[in-house]
Design a protein around this ligand. Structure first.
Ligand code: F6P
Ligand code: MG
Length: 444
């Protein structure tokens, strides 16, 4: 398309994309291989000799892929029969046309977003070709561990939430706004805790998340939270108990562990305050970018919360389970979230999902990968408007809650990016900075 900057790619030697493909992705693959190998006995106990064979062959396929990556071989078509394989293979053909020939669609020469997504899909292919271990989540151990390591912070958050819920009736509108902003920011900073950027190293939350908000304020580079609030307020319609007038918020989830917990706390508050009547969560249908939420992680997290040895935490868990049962909360997944497309392709590629999102009054997109897909993972100038970078995407008013972990950022003030770059060369990739960035398709 005319005027749209190129995709970020590892072909720019020394770029963050380059370093990721060269260093971080092979490290992640090595950890995946180790994890499968370490679980050999478990596979043997469960499936006997077949389990051992599956373990060997999966590791063989993964080592082969790691080698393809490291030697910049062409991207191969998928060979499994998972439902979405044909979409991936069509996408590959499209890339081959765009880039000229088959050889040039390779790990270092193609768009970074594409090859990074493709790597996680190939991990799934390796497992799929090897039943009985097809359903094994190679990232599960890391996700559950990060959940347990963040217990203290979760309890602190639950105590805070209990304090709000207890006095909900007496809160003034300003107090409500203040709590809203705090929980929105807790959910924002929850995004620091993902296992992909650190290649699986400890990234859990240990201190009280509410107490640190003030000191984190200066690191929010764009803060459109007032627009998020006014979107919710103007969505309120009389006759609130009816389905047709219910205010609906959709949260496109990112990571399991502490981040998911902060999203659930925010969703709890939205419902208990009456700001929203329905919350729809969108997760991934396969293990993705190390720590992203799957249906299994979502259910597991709520179970664990219910079982917690902390009065308010277990109370929340029970409440959340009943929200799901009563049709107040919903969990969805869709193949589109685990494909390599920019979101501006959604209306064409996944019209059913686009239509679903149109039913929301507000969409919250969590995390860095969603931001990359919102903006097409392109080499935009920092001052380009968010709406320009969205390239027509906007099924409903939307807000990105993201800590910066990749070098794409739009919507900054003139000079802001340059100044940050001179003070702090890693500002775009360290997760130290964040944005609450809003786009209102309907009225703004
Ligand atoms: O390469 C680092 C990285 O894997 C990015 O590719 C990705 O955008 C990010 O980390 C994952 O972050 P998040 O979980 O916030 O989407
Ligand atoms: Mg993630």
């Amino acid at each position: 398309v005319d005027g749209v900057p190129p995709s970020l790619s590892a072909k720019v030697v020394g770029s963050f994309a380059y370093l990721t493909v060269r260093d971080r992705l092979p490290t992640i693959l090595t950890k995946v291989i180790d994890t499968i190998h370490r679980n050999k006995n478990k596979f043997f106990e469960e499936y006997g000799e077949e389990g051992i064979q599956a373990e060997k062959q999966t590791i063989g396929l993964l080592s082969k892929m790691r080698n393809e990556l490291q030697t910049d071989k062409p991207v191969l078509a998928l060979t499994d029969t998972l439902q979405d394989a044909e979409y991936w293979n069509q996408y590959l053909q499209k890339q081959q046309k765009l880039q000229g020939d088959e050889e040039s669609v390779s790990w270092f020469k193609s768009p970074w977003l594409y090859v990074e997504c493709y790597m996680y899909r190939r991990v799934q292919e390796a497992l799929w070709l090897n039943p009985p271990i097809s359903d094994y989540d190679v990232f599960n151990e890391g996700k559950t561990q990060s959940f347990f390591e963040s217990q203290q912070a979760m309890m602190a958050l639950c105590t805070y939430l209990e304090g709000i819920n207890k006095n909900m009736e007496d809160l003034s509108k300003n107090q409500l706004l203040e709590h809203f902003n705090k929980l929105l920011q807790v959910s924002l900073w929850g995004n620091k805790c993902d296992l992909s950027i650190s290649a699986g190293q400890d990234n859990s939350q240990k201190t009280s998340p509410i107490d640190s908000l003030n000191s984190l304020q200066p690191f929010i580079l764009v803060n459109d939270s007032n627009m998020v609030w006014s979107t919710l307020i103007s969505a309120q319609r009389p006759g609130q108990s009816e389905k047709t007038t219910a205010v609906r918020v959709d949260i496109v989830l990112d990571n399991a562990g502490f981040e998911l917990f902060t999203d659930l706390v925010l969703a709890d508050f939205l419902v208990s305050s009456g700001l929203a009547h329905e919350v729809h969560f969108h997760g991934k249908s396969i293990p993705w970018f190390v720590s992203d939420v799957t249906a299994n992680d979502f259910q597991w997290t709520i179970q664990q919360t219910m079982a917690a040895n902390h009065k308010w935490m277990s109370k929340n868990g029970v409440q959340w389970k009943s929200h799901l049962k009563e049709g107040v909360w919903f969990y969805h997944d869709h193949r589109f979230w685990t494909q390599p497309h920019e979101f501006c392709d959604m209306a064409m590629d996944a019209p059913d999902l686009y239509a679903t999102l149109q039913g929301a009054d507000l969409l919250l997109f969590k995390g860095d990968l969603n931001y990359r897909k919102l903006t097409g993972d392109r080499d935009w100038d920092y001052t380009v408007g968010f709406s320009t970078a969205l390239q027509g995407f906007g099924p409903a008013p939307l807000c990105s809650l993201r800590t910066l972990k990749a070098n794409v950022q739009v919507g900054l003030q003139p000079g802001q990016g340059e100044k940050l770059g001179s003070q702090d060369p890693d500002w775009m990739t360290s997760g130290k900075y964040a944005v609450i960035q809003f786009y209102g398709s309907k009225s703004e």
